[in-house]
Design a protein around this ligand. Structure first.
Ligand code: PLP
Length: 396
């Protein structure tokens, strides 16, 4: 159906999320009775821990059903500020914290508060699919820097330096990474932050997967490096991935006071507060520490086992090579040896073997697959067996 006038430039330029599209297709096939092995989901396959749900129900029944302050209920902002002190030794006051409807919106607000039309934003590729769209919706221009498996999917300070122009305003860093699971070391992040400081850039540090790390890795919060780095850094995190709360839509950000204030003002005109009673569930996640830690540990043990399983099985397939990522719940195997575009590879794989995977090109790097291991061991084994069979047909 046509519209009386052309849609806006924003509506015409935005691309739909390829990950959600593939996940929806796989779910539709499954609903139609097909035996689908889904590796496309970007969410834990666990349910939200009981004590978190319970606190939300109590709040709902207790009448926490009205508008709340835009940047979040005070006890939650306080608890988030405290956790940065406990976990990272970072001194944060509640006024620096903004609670938003999902980490996606937190990132979007961070871009909106720092970028104007004409600005450039450096995004290492592969990247989380939403970053370029957010940048475009702010009227700014994404500038991609390719970081392939030979570099461990990590941006180097020299690459960052080379990508900076007088128009560069912001660099977006994401560790642990979606889609690769790569985790930057503290030293690597320090070197990148130093370049951002030298060129007077803002840093959006997306630490959404901070707690999902393996092999004894400790997460890094970029704002801890120095007061000068802190003054230009917006740290995004949230409840979705760590506490299996994707449907709750609660993201958090910590920013220097003037930026946090600006972000809260933008949010006040776009969405107001996160669902009030949901915030009480999030509060329980932070307050009832022992129960939350036990639930997280259970998830981490399962994710770690599946990570190793998937990694080992993938590397047994001739023509596939995969790095063992240290974080999140994704692996990003290289399938370029098959000589097929990765989008074609994924379409044929779904068609022939009912295995759902997202092509690397959706994340800005051709020649790879993103496989989520937030699924059962049985599906991993079955799915990789099918993938191997599919790859063997391509080799002939
Ligand atoms: N950042 C990254 C890197 C992500 O992968 C996601 C979700 O997939 C988000 C932010 C946003 O999370 P949510 O909006 O579900 O809280």
């Amino acid at each position: 159906m046509s519209t009386p006038y052309p849609l806006s430039v924003w509506a015409r330029n935005v691309s739909p999320s390829p990950t959600l599209a593939i996940d929806a297709k796989a779910k539709a096939l499954a609903a139609a009775g097909e035996d689908v092995c889904g590796f496309a989901a970007g969410e834990p396959d666990f349910d939200t821990p009981e004590h978190i749900k319970e606190a939300c129900i109590v709040a709902l029944k207790g009448g926490k059903t009205k508008y709340a302050p835009t940047p979040g209920i005070e006890p939650l902002r306080q608890a988030i500020a405290e956790r940065y002190g406990v976990e990272y030794g970072l001194k944060v006051v509640p006024a620096q914290v903004v609670v938003s409807p999902g980490g996606k919106f937190s990132c979007h607000l961070a871009v909106m508060a720092t970028c104007s039309p004409g600005d450039e934003v450096i995004i290492p590729a592969p990247y989380w699919v939403s970053y370029p769209e957010m940048v475009k919706l702010a009227g700014a221009t994404p500038k991609f820097v390719a970081c392939d498996d030979r570099a461990g999917f990590k941006l180097t300070p020299a690459q960052l330096e080379a990508a900076i122009t007088p128009k560069t305003r912001l660099v977006i860093l994401n560790s642990p990474s979606n889609p690769t699971g790569a985790v930057y070391t503290r030293a690597e992040l320090q070197a990148l932050a130093a370049v951002a400081l030298k060129h007077n850039l803002y840093i959006l540090s997306d630490e959404m997967y901070e707690h999902l790390v393996y092999d004894g890795v400790t997460p890094t919060c970029i704002a801890t490096f120095s007061p000068e780095i802190e003054a230009r850094t917006i740290v995004v995190a949230g409840f979705s991935k760590t506490y299996a709360m994707t449907g709750w839509r609660i993201g958090t950000l910590v920013a220097p006071l003037p930026i946090a204030k600006a972000i809260a003002e933008i949010q006040s005109q776009m969405s107001s507060n996160v669902t009030t009673f949901a915030q009480y569930g999030a509060l329980a996640a932070l307050k009832e520490k022992e129960k939350t830690a036990a639930a997280l540990k259970e998830m981490l043990v399962a994710f770690d086992r599946r990570r190793k399983l998937l990694h080992a099985e993938l590397n047994k397939i001739p023509g596939v090579s995969c790095l063992l990522a240290e974080g999140a719940f994704y692996l990003f195997p290289n399938i370029s040896s098959f000589g097929l575009k990765d989008a074609d590879f994924c379409a044929k794989l779904l068609e022939a073997e009912k295995v759902a995977a997202v092509p690397g090109s959706a994340f800005g790097l051709e020649g790879y697959l993103r496989l989520s291991y937030a699924t059962s061991d049985a599906i991993i084994l079955k799915g990789v067996e099918r993938l191997a069979r599919f790859c063997a047909t391509l080799k002939k």
